[in-house]
Design a protein around this ligand. Structure first.
Ligand code: 0WD
Length: 259
């Protein structure tokens, strides 16, 4: 029997077959979970998300259009899921956005106010907005999982406003964990090492980061997105029943190196 047998929930953030959310979905489905897949509205996005899900063997996946920066979309998504699933056990938040013009070394001080606000809204506030909607649907408790990166804590050239958004996201994880703990809901973040996806390719200088990590990380390699999937299964399952408010690194150990 799978670790997530009989568990239901939402996996946000499948843009295509490379998306981290797609690898998380693969691990969740293998462990017996039932998932709804909200995607950023748009015909192309829907096609790519569907293709990604078909590649991992999902049979007639449930795709729902949802722009996480819109309250009405979030309401409609959680309402539809309540109607079909009644209660849920997990939410995977694997979304982020920042205008790529400002994701280049030397561009941080240039970040306009609206670019900053949008990055924090979509990449950090959306977790709070989801947590609020998930709470009444998790009467037996549950697990909320988000995705972050080392650039929240250290200034990584080119990561810029996204680093600020990830710092806010990790703080949101702790505050949500503190508040939702009473309801038995755990909230954790996975801090993944760099993985080749649509989003990471928007960060200027990313190839250098891959090369640096493979040389400096204790495991002397970059990580595989399936390793994030396995950690997400741990966080969604009872194996992690005593863990909340944490940022768990899945980065081949890169973050512990001081040299
Ligand atoms: O190296 C990496 N790839 C890492 C990614 C290392 C550590 C963390 N992460 C994080 C990202 O910051 C993000 O939070 O993992 C999460 C997933 O990112 P990903 O899988 O690397 O990237 P991608 O496949 O592009 O998925 C992110 C998706 C968007 O993709 P695009 O490329 O279309 O912007 O987030 C979704 C969208 O599908 N998204 C939204 N979904 C709903 N509403 C919105 C929105 N407003 N904006 C973006």
């Amino acid at each position: 029997m799978g670790l997530l047998e009989g568990r239901k929930g939402l996996v946000f953030g499948i843009a295509n077959d490379r998306s981290i959310a797609c690898h998380i979905a693969k691990s969740f489905l293998e462990q017996g979970a039932v998932c709804a897949f909200p995607y950023l509205p748009g015909e192309k996005n829907e096609k790519r998300a569907l293709k990604g899900l078909e590649e991992i063997g999902a049979t007639s996946p449930w795709l729902l259009p949802c722009d996480a920066s819109k309250d009405a979309d979030l309401d409609a998504t959680f309402d539809a899921v309540r109607e079909r699933f009644d209660t849920i056990d997990f939410v995977v938040h694997s979304i982020a956005f920042a205008d790529r013009t400002y994701l280049k070394p030397g561009k941080f001080a240039e970040t306009p106010r609206e670019v900053f606000a949008q990055a924090l809204d979509i990449s950090a506030y959306s977790l709070v907005a989801m947590g609020r909607r998930a709470k009444p649907m998790m009467p037996r408790g549950g697990s909320i999982i988000t995705m972050t990166y080392y650039g929240s804590d250290k200034a990584v050239p080119g990561y810029n406003v996204m680093g600020v958004a990830k710092a806010a996201l990790e703080a949101c994880t702790r505050y949500l964990a503190l508040e939702l703990g009473e309801s038995g809901i755990r909230v954790n973040a996975i801090s993944a090492g760099p993985i080749k996806t649509l989003s990471s390719m928007a960060v200027g200088g990313i190839d250098e980061i891959f090369e640096w990590v493979s040389r400096k990380a204790p495991l002397h390699r970059n990580i595989d997105a399936d390793e994030v999937g396995k950690t997400a299964v741990y966080l969604a399952s009872d194996l992690s029943s005593g863990v909340t408010g944490e940022t768990l690194f899945v980065d081949a150990g890169y973050n512990i190196v001081g040299l």
